[in-house]
Design a protein around this ligand. Structure first.
Ligand code: GLN
Length: 309
């Protein structure tokens, strides 16, 4: 499949690399500010091989909001849809990912979807486990199985940096606690959430995670099922409607691949029926999406006709 097009991927990187100049690395989490804004890397996994197109495809970065699709899948596996969707809705917001406004303006106060921070915090709160360590270990094991990489863990420096500065997320949790969406200790939830966001991967890991979603939860060896196809379908649907925050509509038109971005500059793409794409480009636009990463996905989608629409 695409592996024969390795040179074309390199060409596309060259074509869009200039867009890295149009973005800025996230610095509201201090530890993310050190990223090199000119980096742009991609890996594609189709079940057989990964094809990398840039030297930096082995560079490691944190999942940030990409983790939201994984905690959603795990929470659905833990509890089923009825309970999960009693705590979080299914509709896009059109607001920035960290906005609080709809928690107040919508009644009952319930985050509109699991891809915004409020919704992700409500979902993280549902992950089963007696302690933060146990919840994190369960999540890490899930990510390790999806990516086939047993060495995946979280970056404690990035987690600490976010934990110490996450007052906006804290206020979302307090707001939801007041309205009964969340119970329990706020700091414990922030601890788990910031560690979840700090899980570290490279483009190859991300491509394999995308592949697992693309193949409806089948493991790489195709012999075991990691996630039931219905859950994979729910997750991919959210990726289409909310995965790129308040740029999801434009992204669906221009790219048309279920995808999820994070403020580290990562993007995971899941092309139905068998292709996962992992992208890293830390220069972000004002909505928090990788500028050059989105351009690269647009070019890949156009060249190989990958839009699902
Ligand atoms: N950890 C980040 C936050 O909560 C994730 C946000 C993102 O990637 N959009 O702010």
């Amino acid at each position: 499949m695409l592996c024969q097009y390795k040179n074309e991927l390199k060409e596309m990187i060259e074509e869009v690399k200039g867009f890295t100049n149009q973005g800025k690395v996230a610095d509201y989490i201090p530890a993310l500010a050190d990223a090199n804004s000119s980096t742009l890397a991609v890996a594609i996994f189709n079940g057989n091989d990964t094809c990398f197109s840039a030297g930096q495809s082995n560079e490691r970065f944190t999942l940030q909001s990409i983790s939201k699709v994984l905690t959603l899948a795990l929470a659905l596996m833990d509890h089923g849809g009825e309970l999960v969707f009693s705590k979080v809705g299914m509709e896009p917001t059109g607001d920035p990912f960290n906005s609080i406004i709809k928690l107040e303006s919508h009644a009952p106060s319930k985050p509109l979807n699991p891809m915004i921070n409020a919704g992700a915090l409500a979902v993280s709160h549902l992950i089963k486990g007696a302690s933060t360590e146990e919840k994190l270990e369960r999540l890490l094991n899930f990510v390790r199985r999806l990516s086939g990489n047993d060495s995946i863990t979280y970056n404690s420096e990035v987690a600490k940096s976010e934990f110490e500065t996450a007052d906006l997320n804290r206020s979302l949790v307090y707001f939801m606690k007041q309205h009964g969406v969340i119970t329990g200790n706020v700091e414990d939830l922030l601890d788990f959430y910031t560690k979840q966001c700090a899980i570290e991967v490279d483009c190859h890991d991300l491509a394999k995670i995308g592949y697992a979603l693309a193949t409806d939860g089948a493991a790489m060896n195709q012999e075991e099922e990691i996630m039931n196809p219905y859950i994979a379908r729910i997750v991919k649907t959210f990726m289409v409607t909310c995965g790129m925050y308040n740029a999801s509509g434009e992204f669906a038109i221009k790219v048309g691949i279920p995808a999820k971005s994070g403020v580290s500059g990562g993007i995971v793409g899941a092309v139905p029926n068998g292709m996962g794409i992992g992208i890293y480009g830390p220069a972000l636009d004002e909505k928090g999406n990788s500028v050059a990463g989105m351009k690269l996905l647009e070019a890949i989608s156009a060249r190989y006709r990958l839009s699902i629409f």
